[in-house]
Design a protein around this ligand. Structure first.
Ligand code: PLP
Length: 397
């Protein structure tokens, strides 16, 4: 018998394209130098964290020899941070939350896992519109659940309410939404959110059990000239998840949180469940150094105008290349269509020949598109113009 489970073996095999992509990017960088590779594959924020982050770290270093300054902390997070987060989330969600409604986690990923660990039984279903962040499916699989992609409206990626209604079964426990979206950059309007909430409310009533609406919002801070509507006031059984991976460029510090709607079904039990899950998944508590940093830097953020500049540069590049795309309303990704007649993987391969690295849409449950992340200097986007035009010429020959 193999030492690794068949589930993990299947994951390794089906996800080998991700490994190949990273290997190819690393190989190209080693061969040509990183400045000659147009790596649009990663969503690893490269904008420097705000000054408050280094100031907080200096303070933490000065206090590090005091007993317990970096000891275990409560499983749900530092009380001061939970209180500060409750103010921040109350303002964003236009609903009054207290510290007890907030649980600090190991990034948004840790929050999703702690929540799923608490509510999913084997065979339970979790819905999400495609395209989606690929890790969701693995997280659901961690607890024996089934990840069920739901089709969004063709071309616009708007929520398709009929498809949602059809997808819900008595086993549906949760629906994840992600706005601003990775990979499309789309922001759901209030009307669209109300539509989703309406369907979930009706189906929860029909099946006599609540379906949780989980809003994964690590890109809320990054919307271009528009508000990201609040989810909590629209649906009682809702949870907001977010992190500081992108807003403070602290992806490696692993600090995120989960905010429970104060009116959610069985609040006390759910809150205790998520806190316990955070502990027994082996996270114990979110990293204390990161929590202290976030507490001091909570009201700051990275310079989002840099992302907007890059967004415009990338739009110009895609226009020149004649690629079809929706202008992202938020986050730092473009999701253009592969040129007609080409599979997404074929387009990705053609781009790679010119040192341009993109991710095929099939990785997000949406073949026929590619994702381009603009977590790179504007200069790299501008210098990608000639190679991109050569790729397009070779395709049209
Ligand atoms: N959700 C979405 C949509 C993401 O894009 C990411 C990271 O890229 C995560 C969750 C995970 O974020 P974190 O680093 O906070 O765990």
């Amino acid at each position: 018998m193999a030492i690794v489970t068949s589930q993990i073996q299947t994951y390794i095999e089906t996800q080998s394209w991700i490994r190949r992509m990273f290997e190819a990017a690393a190989e190209l960088k080693a061969k040509y130098g990183p400045e000659h590779v147009f790596d649009f594959s990663l969503g690893n924020p490269d904008i420097p964290p705000p000054l408050q982050v280094s100031e907080a770290l200096k303070e933490i270093a000065e206090q590090a020899r005091q007993p317990l300054s970096l000891g275990y902390c409560p499983n749900a997070g530092l009380p001061d941070l939970r209180a500060a987060l409750s103010n921040k989330v109350s303002a964003e969600q236009q609903l009054s939350l207290e510290a007890k409604h907030l649980i600090v986690t190991n990034g948004a990923a840790g929050a999703l896992n702690a929540l799923m660990r608490s509510v999913l039984n084997s065979g339970d279903e979790v819905l999400c519109y495609s395209p989606y962040f690929v890790e969701y499916g693995f997280y659901v699989g961690n607890y024996g659940g089934t990840f069920v992609p739901v089709e969004s409206e063709n071309g616009t990626f708007a929520p398709n309410l009929n498809a949602l209604e059809q997808a819900i079964t008595p086993k549906t426990r949760m629906m994840i939404i992600n706005s601003p979206n990775n990979p499309t950059g789309r922001i759901y309007s209030r009307e669209e959110l109300k539509g989703i909430a309406g369907v979930l409310r009706e189906k929860s009533r029909e099946y006599g059990q609540p379906i949780l609406l989980v809003s994964d919002e690590p890109y809320r801070f990054l919307s271009y000239n528009q508000q990201v509507p609040a989810v909590l006031p629209l649906y009682r059984d809702s949870v907001v998840i977010s992190s500081f991976s992108k807003s403070l460029s602290l992806a490696g510090a692993r600090i995120g949180y989960l905010a429970l709607n104060p009116n959610i079904t069985d609040f006390e039990l759910l809150s205790a469940g998520v806190t316990l899950s955070n502990r027994i998944l082996g996270f114990v508590n979110a990293p204390v150094i990161g929590q202290k940093v976030v507490l001091q830097a909570l009201n700051t953020g990275v310079d989002v105008t840099l992302y907007d500049d890059r967004r415009r540069a990338m739009a110009q590049l895609l226009d020149q290349a004649g690629l079809e795309y929706q202008m992202p309303q938020g986050a730092f990704y473009f999701f253009p269509k592969a040129p007609s007649g080409l599979y997404d993987q074929e387009f990705v391969d053609a781009l790679r020949k010119e040192n341009i690295i993109a991710v095929p849409g099939k990785g997000f449950g949406c073949p026929g598109y590619v994702r381009l992340s603009y977590c790179v200097n504007k200069d790299i986007i501008e210098r990608a113009r000639e190679p991109m035009l050569r790729v397009m010429q070779s395709i049209h020959q």
